[in-house]
Design a protein around this ligand. Sequence first.
Ligand SMILES: Cc1cc2nc3c(=O)[nH]c(=O)nc-3n(C[C@H](O)[C@H](O)[C@H](O)COP(=O)(O)O)c2cc1C
Length: 232
Amino acid sequence: MWFYLIRLFYTGIELRDRRQPVYSIKNGETGKTMKENILILPEPQKDLDFPLMKALEKRRSTRKWEHTPVSDQDVSNLLWAACGVTKSKYGNVKCKRTAPSACNSQEIRVYVLMEKGVFLYNEENHELIETGVKDIREYIGTQKMMKSAPMGLVFVADLSRMTSPVLRNKKAQRFSAWVDTGYISQNVYLYCAASGLGTVVLSLVDREKLHRLMQLKEHEKIVLTQVVGRIP
Ligand SMILES: Cc1cc2nc3c(=O)[nH]c(=O)nc-3n(C[C@H](O)[C@H](O)[C@H](O)COP(=O)(O)O)c2cc1C
């Protein structure tokens, strides 16, 4: 009797878990704002076929790109590759993402700087939330050549998400935030290598200025940035 009850309990959980969609389904044209401040992304193409070993071989930092915007499909694919959801959250159990994070804190938030403004990637709904309307791409890095990049990513550590006791002190938080950013950045590198995009991660950034322009809070710290554009 207990055996059957326990089995039913676990089977029930499994069935419900599988039924939960990874992304919310959205209707309408992609790339246009649906609600006031949400940018609809096309579904990420998770069945794209490119050999992992080739992507690793081709991964490179590039500092030249076409000036045309990165396509909506590439933005969608790239963000999902960066830190998209691979397992939905269940009750109090957090979702899982393509990139690992210390204690599954998921403290790194990816902001996207485009001509049309500043957007926060909300991985749980695979959507972009507009947080600013100004084009601030020229502040993505301090090197002159970076100013013309079609798209910038800003990796921001939200320290309020680091709630685990082992991440209580500032040193552990800083260390983990940098490491966790590295995984996301490498995912971006690999997607770019597989899809003809050029990218380079940047530490030469005026973080104070960018922090101010993005109107980030005190507990939000810019770790690194990364530029992306199609290779000419
Ligand atoms: C943490 C980190 C910070 C970096 N910062 C910059 C930077 O500010 N500007 C830049 O042009 N490249 C930057 N790079 C890219 C490195 O210069 C590049 O990875 C290195 O030259 C090796 O080249 P590869 O990535 O093509 O293998 C950075 C790389 C890392 C890992």
